[in-house]
Design a protein. Structure first.
Length: 201
């Protein structure tokens, strides 16, 4: 776990979506689809990760959907359903509890159909900035994604806290001077954010 010592007052908390505000969807979707269509779970999961990475900076989802469909025989609508109908969990409520205490933002790698579903089916109005990779043409762990967020915030990196479940993303943010929490457990995240609140008081 990475947790950078906070040396300045935090003004903004930037959340990842999958694995922080909502469950990570790849394993859940791969299990559901492999059970339903008789696919090899490990191979399907591997290809979902691979093709999603290749397609997450584009607003056109057809390449991803076509590749999964052609390799595993799964209809496009079933792929989309499995990867979207995973609802926000306790991390989302934790973010809500911080309204008025910090600026709240989302920086998440999402294909366009997933980004559209998230925005349509969740109240994101309390987030000051919401950036999805398919809409900004950059995905984590590239520095560009973080720099776009910092430019929109007009804040110094050390005034921000980034929370993500993937260590590689956390390391990039940390390298840019952003405070970080590697989210491995939601209950632990609560404790870590309580410490942030104490440091800010």
């Amino acid at each position: 776990m990475l947790y950078l010592v906070i040396i300045k007052m935090i003004k903004t908390i930037i959340f990842d979506w999958g694995g922080v505000l909502a469950p990570a969807d790849t394993e859940i979707a791969a299990k559901q689809l492999s059970d339903k269509f008789g696919c090899d779970y490990s191979k399907l999961k591997e290809k979902i990760v691979k093709y999603e990475k290749e397609n997450s900076e584009s607003s056109n989802d057809s390449m991803f959907l076509n590749k999964i469909k052609s390799e595993f025989g799964i209809p496009e609508e079933e792929i989309m359903k499995a990867l979207t109908e995973i609802h926000a969990w306790e991390g989302f409520e934790i973010a809500k509890s911080l309204i008025g205490k910090f600026k709240l933002c989302i920086l998440s790698d999402q294909m366009q159909f997933k980004a559209d579903y998230i925005k349509k089916n969740n109240d994101l109005s309390f987030f000051d900035i919401v950036l999805f990779s398919s809409e900004i043409g950059a995905q984590k762990p590239s520095e560009k994604a973080f720099q776009i967020m910092l430019e929109k915030l007009e804040e110094a990196p050390e005034e921000c806290l980034f929370i993500d479940d993937r260590e590689v993303n956390v390391k990039t943010a940390q390298g840019l001077g952003i405070n970080v929490i590697h989210c491995e457990d939601i209950d632990l995240l609560k404790e870590q954010l309580n410490e942030v609140l104490k440091n800010n008081s």
